[in-house]
Write a protein that binds this ligand. Structure first.
Ligand SMILES: [Zn+2]
Length: 464
C-alpha cells in the first residue's frame, strides 16, 4: 500500500510543470504568531508569510508553509508576533525637531510657541526635519504615514525627504493659507505636476489635501479644496474640532455646512481629531461615509480632550489613529498611543469592556489605512499587498507568557519589543535602530540646524 501511494505521487509530479510546485520569494517568515488584522480575524495563531522581489505578499496563511515554497531568506519567527506595520493616519514629520515644545500650553499657545521655529526653517532644514521624523516612525514600527506638509510650503523638500526615508507615505498638501484663489490653485497644480513621475512608485502612496482652514474661517479655501478633490479624485484630511476652547468649538461647529456645500463631505474626507462634535455633526459624518483620525497622545498632551470613540464607532464612522507630530505627542510610539486612547476611554466610561485591545490595534493598522485611502495596499497582511510587517518578541520576562495575543501585544508590549521592521520585504529597523545609511548624517544635520535656529530666535528682539 505504501509503495502504491509513493508511485502515485511520483506519477503526479511527473505530469505537472515544475513551475507549479516551487514558489520562490525574497523572504519567508514562518512559525510566527500571525496577526493578519483582516476584519474577520478572531484570533492570531501560528502562520507564515512569503514576500516576493517586488516587495509584495505572495502568500500568507495559518499553519506551516505549503510544500514547494522557497525563499532567498527564511526567518524562523517561532514564538514571535508577526503583524502589519502600524499606519499613522496623521503625522507632521517635520515637527520631530521640536519635541517638548510649550509643555504647559493648549493648542493655541503651543502653536504660537512652534511657529517661530518652523518659520525660521529654510527648505533644507525642512528636509532634514522631515527625514528625522520619518526615521523615528520607522524605528517605532510605523511603516506608513499620512504626512501633513504645512510648515513653510516647502513641499518639494518634504516630499524628497519622505522618498529618501523609505517610509510609505501619503503626502498631505496644504493649500497656501494666504493668497488669491488663482495663486492657491497654481501652487497645487505645480506640486501635482512635480509628483506625477512618482505616481505608483514606492514608497509614494499618493497625494492628498490636508489643511487647517476651519481655524482660519476661510470659506473660499474650502470651496477650492472641494473642487480640487473632485477634479483630481483626491482624499483630504481636515483638522477639525481639536482644541477645547469654547469660542473655537462654537465657530468650527457653525461652519460644518461648508464641508457639505463644497462637495468635500464623503468617503474621501476624514476629520483629524474630531474631539468636540455635536450629535448632529456626527450623524452627518456617519451618513456621508467620511472617516475620522484619533490622536489620543497629542489630544491628551495639549489638553484638547478625549474623542468619544465608542459613540463614533457606534454610528459606523470609520476610525484611524495617528501619532501626530512629535512636537505635540513627543514620542512616536503607537503602543503608547493605543494605550493612552484605550485607557482614557475606559476611564471616561468607567467600563473596561467599552473598548478592547483588538479594537485599537485595528484602528492603528487597517482603520488608518482605510480612512486615508490606501487599504488596498497596506494595513493588513494579505496576498498582493505590500509586505510591510513587524516581528515582535513577546516572550521576555517583562511581557510574557502569552495567553491572549491581542492583550499581550496592546497592553504589555512597547516599541522596545519590536525586533524587526520590514517595508516592502526589506529590513529597515532592528531592535530600535533605524538602518537607513543616512540616519547618522540626518541626526547630525538636525542638531546643527536646530541649534542655529534656536540661536537666531534667542537673538531676535522679543515682542513686549
Ligand atoms: Zn495635525
Amino acid at each position: 500500500m505504501r509503495c502504491l501511494t509513493l508511485a502515485l505521487v511520483a506519477g503526479t509530479l511527473a505530469t505537472l510543470p515544475l513551475r507549479a510546485e516551487v514558489e520562490v520569494g525574497r523572504i519567508l517568515v514562518k512559525n510566527g504568531i500571525l496577526f493578519t488584522m483582516q476584519a474577520d480575524e478572531t484570533s492570531p495563531r501560528k502562520g507564515y508569510l512569503l514576500a516576493g522581489d517586488d516587495g509584495k505578499i505572495l502568500r500568507v496563511g495559518y499553519g506551516d508553509p505549503p510544500p514547494g515554497i522557497r525563499a532567498v531568506q527564511t526567518l524562523d519567527a517561532s514564538g514571535r508576533f508577526v503583524l502589519p506595520g502600524f499606519v499613522s493616519a496623521h503625522s507632521h514629520l517635520y515637527q520631530a525637531a521640536t519635541r517638548g515644545l510649550a509643555p504647559d500650553k493648549e493648542l493655541g499657545g503651543w502653536l504660537r510657541a512652534g511657529f517661530p521655529y518652523w518659520r525660521a526653517s529654510v527648505p533644507a532644514d525642512h528636509y532634514f526635519q522631515t527625514l528625522a521624523g520619518a526615521f523615528d516612525l520607522l524605528a517605532h514600527g510605523v511603516t506608513t504615514a499620512f504626512n501633513f506638509n504645512d510648515a513653510n510650503g516647502d513641499d518639494v523638500e518634504g516630499f524628497r525627504a519622505e522618498l529618501a526615508s523609505g517610509i510609505r507615505f501619503v503626502h498631505g498638501f496644504c493649500l497656501p493659507m494666504q493668497g488669491s484663489r488663482k495663486s492657491r490653485e497654481a501652487a497645487f497644480e505645480a506640486f501635482y505636476a512635480y509628483t506625477r513621475p512618482y505616481a505608483g512608485k514606492t514608497p509614494f502612496l499618493g497625494l492628498a489635501l490636508g489643511g487647517y482652514a476651519f481655524s482660519a474661517g476661510d470659506e473660499d479655501y474650502i470651496k477650492l479644496e472641494g473642487e480640487i478633490m473632485q477634479r483630481y479624485g483626491l482624499y483630504n484630511q481636515a483638522h477639525y474640532l481639536e482644541a477645547a476652547d469654547p469660542a473655537e468649538v462654537a465657530a468650527q461647529r457653525s461652519r460644518f455646512g461648508w464641508f457639505r456645500e463644497s462637495g468635500e463631505l464623503g468617503p474621501r474626507l476624514s476629520f483629524g481629531h474630531l474631539v468636540h462634535p455635536d450629535s448632529a455633526i456626527l450623524e452627518q459624518i456617519a451618513s456621508s461615509g467620511a472617516g475620522m483620525v484619533w490622536n489620543p497622545l497629542s489630544n491628551g498632551r495639549l489638553g484638547s480632550g478625549l474623542a468619544d470613540i465608542p459613540a463614533i464607532a457606534k454610528l459606523g464612522i470609520r476610525i484611524g489613529m495617528g501619532v501626530d507630530g512629535q512636537a505635540s505627542a513627543d514620542l512616536s510610539d503607537p503602543f503608547e498611543n493605543m494605550r493612552a486612547g484605550l485607557y482614557g476611554v475606559r476611564a471616561r466610561y468607567e467600563s473596561a469592556s467599552v473598548l478592547v485591545p483588538r479594537d485599537v490595534l485595528g484602528f492603528h493598522t487597517r482603520g488608518s489605512a482605510d480612512v486615508i485611502g490606501v487599504l488596498s495596499r497596506v494595513g493588513t497582511l494579505e496576498k498582493g499587498k505590500f509586505a510591510d510587517f513587524l516581528v515582535i518578541d513577546p516572550h521576555r520576562m517583562e511581557t510574557g507568557p502569552v495567553y491572549d495575543p491581542y492583550a499581550t501585544l496592546v497592553l504589555a508590549c512597547s516599541a522596545t519589543n519590536i525586533e524587526r521592521v520590514y517595508v516592502g520585504a526589506r529590513l529597515v529597523a532592528e531592535n530600535g535602530a533605524c538602518l537607513n545609511p543616512d540616519y547618522a548624517h540626518a541626526n547630525a544635520e538636525v542638531l546643527t540646524r536646530m541649534a542655529r535656529i534656536r540661536a537666531s530666535l534667542d537673538a531676535a528682539p522679543r515682542p513686549h
